[in-house]
Design a protein around this ligand. Structure first.
Ligand SMILES: C[S@@+](CC[C@H](N)C(=O)[O-])C[C@H]1O[C@@H](n2cnc3c(N)ncnc32)[C@H](O)[C@@H]1O
Length: 348
């Protein structure tokens, strides 16, 4: 992003070097503006309109979308600064070539649902000070099943899963002739579906909370995959897991749970896993918190705000698996899902 944090002129760079300009203010002010600008581009339909038109003047876009001409021009210019949109020599705007795959709603890599979900995340973060004062998280999994935030949340997660599912599924070794897969907190069921498509005869059950399972069932049905993936509503912390399964997925769930809950859940998974079965864990593993460029402190705070839990280090996650009686077979970062690591574990 070309915004704010990088000084434009030599004089500004010198001022930055000598710490004459308030960097904390730059982060707070420009971070807020960039985030909301990119969100508004999705919600107001600018990306879709630009994708369909190829290129357009700001007046034509304003008229097509029922927006004010001044506001539209201003927003488009801000989107240029965010490198989402480009202004051509003739003054028309188009999606920036590098952003097209992410912002064209017709793209299989579109992430607009995540930008829409950011409105809910934005609201949760407005409560940050209260959460820190009281220690009481928002607990985004406590919403009523019909709450529309479930839809935004699970569609956002589905869009991320679409990016990574082929890479992740290819890296999960299931026993030969595998037939039964359990996806705990699987939501959209997209990873499970990808595995079923790769392993003839494999069928998956997603176990998730009602609000999530309702949305996930719709996603799987719309993709014509209901014969491969079924959804069961329930709390993974208490529900009977059934089994035996040839594979169990625990993807991006650990950071919502306390250490004790993780170990207890992993022990229950043990009893549900076939002796040669595969446990696959996909998780954000906290890097070196001392590294000033690390995303870990902010992601950790995000998890704390949204579920009262934490981003765990590789050693902590290894400890949970070890305590519950698993041996880690492999660990690899996922290229299509930055910051996520896939762990393959087996019964010890
Ligand atoms: C961050 S999403 C991950 C979704 C999916 N596994 C993925 O990797 O894209 C976390 C999921 O865990 C589910 N979840 C959280 N706590 C749960 C619980 N106690 N019982 C069942 N599901 C739970 C949420 O409803 C949500 O679908």
């Amino acid at each position: 992003m070309r915004l704010g944090l990088k000084a434009d002129s030599l004089l500004e760079r010198v001022a930055d070097w000598f710490n004459l300009a308030p960097q904390p203010l730059a982060h707070a002010f420009f971070g807020m503006m960039a985030s909301r600008t990119l969100m508004a581009g999705a919600r107001l339909g600018l990306y879709g309109a630009l994708a369909e038109e190829g290129s357009a003047t700001s007046e034509a876009l304003a008229s097509r979308l029922g927006l004010s001409p001044e506001g539209t021009r201003s927003l488009l210019e801000a989107l240029v600064a965010c490198e989402a949109v480009e202004r051509q020599r003739d003054g028309r705007y188009r999606l920036a070539p590098r952003s097209k795959r992410w912002l064209d709603p017709r793209s299989s890599r579109y992430v607009g649902a995540f930008l829409e979900f950011n409105y809910a995340q934005w609201d949760w973060w407005t409560g940050l000070e209260g959460v820190v004062r009281s220690g009481q998280a928002v607990d985004i999994h406590d919403f009523a099943p019909e709450d529309p935030r479930w839809r935004d949340y699970i569609h956002a997660m589905h869009q991320l899963a679409r990016l990574a599912a082929p890479e992740v599924a290819a890296a999960i070794p299931l026993p030969r002739g595998a037939r039964h897969l359990l996806d705990l907190g699987g939501a959209h069921g997209w990873y499970a579906a990808e595995l079923c498509l790769r392993h003839r005869g494999l069928r998956a059950t997603v176990l998730d909370l009602e609000g999530s399972a309702r949305v996930g069932r719709g996603i799987i049905a719309a993709a014509g995959l209901s014969h491969l993936v079924g959804h069961r509503e329930g709390d993974i912390l208490g529900a009977d897991l059934g089994g035996p399964y040839d594979g169990v997925l625990l993807f991006q769930v650990m950071h919502h749970l306390s250490p004790a809950q993780n170990v207890a859940l992993l022990r229950r998974i043990r009893s549900a896993l076939a002796p040669k079965g595969t446990l696959a864990v996909l998780e954000y593993l906290r890097g070196d918190i001392e590294d000033p460029a690390s995303s870990a402190p902010l992601i950790g705070l995000h998890y704390f705000v949204t579920s009262g839990a934490a981003a765990y280090t590789p050693a902590e996650v290894e400890g949970f698996l070890d305590d519950a009686g698993y041996r880690i077979e492999s660990s690899r970062p996922i290229r299509h899902l930055p910051l996520q690591t896939l762990l393959i574990a087996r019964l010890d």
